[in-house]
Design a protein around this ligand. Structure first.
Ligand code: SF4
Ligand code: SF4
Length: 363
């Protein structure tokens, strides 16, 4: 068993406060005890002690979205995400990954993305082709935006063009490693993917990461694993807020009232909550959900939607209910995961837009 000492301690450190039961967006959506960090730790403690094989717990391990809500609340101050990602690596090494995960990894090997897509939408292809190939700044769209939320990827490109930014998008954009990290933890394949990504980005001065999951990889995992990335990494929201502050984008303040859906990886992993609100307050006013900022609730996860679509639909429905509870009229997202999930269950009379679309509407 390959759990680190820190992970073993995390598994055994529970003080039974049950905060992770109250806070987990998956557990709250499914109503199942097994979806809490505590229940997962109990199962894995049997594996760590050699009483059970990893195969007995692995399906449950893949029911965690790595959203970090339990990490933030856990009384032990340990990080349940640590043993979750280590359990995935253990399963990969033991050949005990669920078939649906193996098939997504095979898609990555075959097509470069977990969805097995081989072509971008026409509009995005044309949009990328219209950009210069040599620039100091690269907009890193990420696989989810490229293959799942094409319209938002196009809007992000349009926004930077309107700001007069000299930038490019790589036609053969590599993976940041996020998808493999989510599916197989810290496997050697994940590391090699990250290294290849760093090599293709190191000629740029600035990388603007559209997807907060990619930004999280660049800023945290690359550093933790000693993979050098020379370029300065900015999140898309951070970069856009700077364009507004410097006068390169001048949205007109409208009467619109926006409610921001903080992406979990942006708000918790990168501790970034202010720029999105600066952007939206330049375009209108903001109205906050109860669970906002670092307390945000996950609304979606595109990788998990591939193998547990019903549970992920329930997660998105719950988030809409939370938005409706405070009378939100326009919900604004800043990542493909949340946008794609919320769009599929959008209640009548509510509006969903991405943050780049919000700015474009006010220019
Ligand atoms: S990381 Fe998120 S999804 Fe996973 S157990 Fe914790 S709260 Fe639940
Ligand atoms: S939040 Fe932490 S200490 Fe509390 S029950 Fe969950 S794992 Fe145990």
């Amino acid at each position: 068993m390959h759990f680190t000492e820190k992970s073993r301690k995390t598994i055994d450190a529970c003080r039974f406060c049950w905060m992770c039961r109250h806070i987990c967006p998956i557990g709250n959506a499914t109503g199942m005890e097994r979806n809490t960090a505590r229940a997962r730790a109990l199962g894995l403690s049997m594996v760590a002690r050699g009483v059970e094989e990893i195969g007995a717990s692995i399906a449950n391990v893949y029911e965690c979205a790595l959203c970090g809500a339990c990490t933030k609340e856990c009384l032990t101050a340990w990080d349940p995400i640590l043993f979750t990602t280590e359990a995935k690596l253990e399963a990969a090494m033991a050949g005990e990954m669920p078939e649906y995960i193996v098939s997504m990894i095979e898609n990555i090997e075959r097509t470069g993305n977990a969805y097995g897509k081989t072509e971008l939408c026409t509009r995005l292809s044309e949009s990328i082709a219209s950009l210069p190939t040599d620039a100091e700044t690269v907009l890193f769209l990420g696989k989810n935006a490229m293959y799942r939320t094409c319209r938002q990827a196009c809007a992000a490109i349009e926004l930077l063009k309107k700001a007069g930014v000299s930038f490019t998008v790589l036609t053969d954009e590599p993976s940041s490693g996020w998808d493999l990290f989510f599916l197989a933890g810290g496997a050697e394949e994940t590391r090699q993917t990250m290294k290849a990504c760093a090599a293709s980005l190191n000629s740029f001065k600035t990388v603007v990461a559209y997807d907060p999951n990619d930004a999280r990889m660049f800023r945290r995992q690359f550093k933790e694993w000693g993979i050098g990335l020379n370029a300065e990494v900015k999140t898309f929201t951070e970069f856009t807020a700077e364009l507004i502050a410097s006068g390169k984008l001048t949205p007109k303040k409208s009467a619109s009232v926006f409610t921001f859906q903080d992406p979990a990886s942006l708000a918790r992993d990168l501790e970034e909550t202010v720029p999105a609100r600066e952007i939206l307050n330049a375009c209108g006013t903001t109205l906050e959900m109860l669970m906002n900022g670092r307390d945000t609730n996950l609304a979606g996860n595109l990788l998990m939607a591939e193998y547990m679509p019903e549970a992920m639909t329930k997660v998105a429905v719950r988030r809409w209910e939370e938005a409706q509870r405070i009378g939100a009229s326009i919900l604004v997202t800043a990542n493909p995961d949340d946008y794609a999930a919320l769009e599929t269950v959008k209640p009548e009379g509510c509006r969903l837009i991405s943050i780049e679309e919000a700015v474009l509407e006010c220019l």
